[in-house]
Design a protein around this ligand. Structure first.
Ligand code: FES
Length: 83
């Protein structure tokens, strides 16, 4: 059964239990955030909670590892919280 979440203000469809990082890859792009020092674009890499390249803001809480989060209906996600 599809659920709905917002990514950067846009409504997106996903399947219940899907990995948030996977939904971001599919719905948006491979840029999750920008490096706070040099501004380089960063993308999810390991998909298992090791690299910390997939950080996003979820429901107002920054620095969440999107590869470890299952999407939930009504979730509000923002990429690039360092911008
Ligand atoms: S993709 Fe490496 S910690 Fe999430």
């Amino acid at each position: 059964m599809p659920i709905h979440l917002q990514i950067d203000g846009q409504l997106c469809d996903a399947e219940e239990g899907e990995c948030l990082a996977t939904v971001i890859f599919r719905q948006k792009s491979n840029v999750f955030r920008h490096h706070p020092v040099d501004g380089s674009p960063r993308a999810a890499f390991c998909m298992m909670g090791v690299c910390f390249e997939c950080l996003v803001e979820v429901n107002g809480i920054a620095g969440q590892q999107s590869c470890l989060i299952q999407v939930q209906d009504g979730m509000i996600v923002r990429r690039a919280p360092n911008d």
